[in-house]
Write a protein that binds this ligand. Structure first.
Ligand code: ACO
Length: 312
């Protein structure tokens, strides 16, 4: 049975940077934002900039990192809640601009957990033998659905894209990636954006409680399903919604800061792009050694959640 693995990672940010002072007219402060969220700055797409362009930059970096040519890509999956157009999705145009030869190409929306849903999908394509080189991209422009008059959400979000290349692992790589994905639609009114005003509404405190509990529970479950514990994991990356959430999850799991990646400080909550962005940061900081197990967990609107473990 083929084992899937991540062989390259890339990320991209828009040029425009907004500091916390940008939001002080809303009745907030740099100190409040840093203390409650860990966010100092975030990047927002400017007028006329496309999310597809950002996705393309991240994918080109991931392909170069993997040493792969776009002509080898035989499947493209993009996670996003903010595509440039309602339809088509980002994936087909992205595949064409990269030069991939007419692969299956789809967008999926699993909110902030979308990267793990897309990664699970990619690994299944590889392991079933249907694909040999899958490009997974998470591209989000939350600024497009942010209510810039609401201090409780406006300060949180940023725009970014992250991408990974998923291919068969080399001979002898026995351990397959594992995922646990789930949902509970009873809570859909706690975090949503409607087509009428296209603005994100969130009951932050309630979401916070669910996010911490679910990410802890699902991370433990995915590891124990593989006969593993946190002691077997090189790095834990949670969805970067809030530094306090990440520290609370790591503390409950018993993962020390040296094995937790936090990248929210200069990008904010970038929804499903946050895990690949943090993964690329960890790689750039030399925090990943070949063969390390990476455990990941995410939680978002729906509610939907995911946890996974994969070898680097
Ligand atoms: N500046 C100053 N005060 C603020 C701000 C702000 N930016 N935002 C809220 N407040 C006030 C509130 O009005 C409230 O005031 P009150 O006590 O007078 O009513 C007080 O601060 C406390 O509000 P809480 O909502 O309880 O603050 P909390 O500590 O929970 O922090 C936050 C809010 C940052 C939104 C937090 O709840 C959070 O991160 N929630 C989870 C977000 C999340 O996980 N989302 C999941 C995925 S969603 C996604 O990623 C797209």
């Amino acid at each position: 049975m083929t084992t899937a693995t991540i062989t390259g990672v890339g990320a991209a940010l828009p040029a425009t940077v907004l500091g916390n002072d940008h939001f002080t007219p809303l009745g907030t402060s740099h100190e409040w934002i840093v203390k409650r969220t860990g966010i100092h700055t975030r990047h927002w797409l400017g007028p006329g900039e496309s999310l597809a362009g950002l996705a393309e930059q991240a994918c080109r970096e991931a392909l170069a990192d993997a040493g792969r040519d776009a002509r080898e890509v035989d499947h493209v999956v993009v996670s996003t809640v903010t595509p440039d157009r309602i339809t088509p999705g980002i994936a087909p145009g992205l595949a064409t601009r990269l030069g991939a030869p007419h692969p299956p190409a789809l967008d999926l929306n699993a909110a902030c957990a979308g990267f793990l849903y897309a990664l699970d999908h990619a690994c299944a394509q590889i392991e079933s033998g249907r694909a040999r080189c899958v490009l997974v991209c998470a591209a989000e422009a939350l600024s497009r659905i942010t209510d810039t008059t609401d201090r409780s959400t406006a300060v949180l979000f940023g725009d970014a894209a992250g991408a990974v290349v998923v291919t068969p692992a080399g001979p002898g790589a026995g351990e397959r990636p594992a995922f646990r994905l789930g949902s509970d639609g009873r809570h859909e009114d706690l975090l949503y954006a409607d087509p009428t005003d296209r603005l994100l509404r969130m009951s932050g405190r309630e979401v916070y409680e669910f996010a911490v509990g679910t990410m802890v529970e699902q991370t433990r479950a995915v590891l124990s399903g593989c006969g593993l514990t946190l002691a077997d994991v090189g790095l834990f990356i949670g969805h970067q919604a809030n530094a306090r959430i990440l520290r609370a999850v790591a503390a409950e799991l018993g993962v020390p800061p040296s094995r937790t990646e936090i990248s929210i400080e200069n990008v904010g909550n970038t929804s499903s792009a946050s895990i690949p962005f943090a993964l690329r940061q960890a790689r750039n900081r030399g925090r990943l050694r070949p063969g390390d197990r990476i455990a990941m967990a995410a939680f978002g609107a729906g509610f939907v959640w995911g946890a996974g473990v994969i070898r680097w």
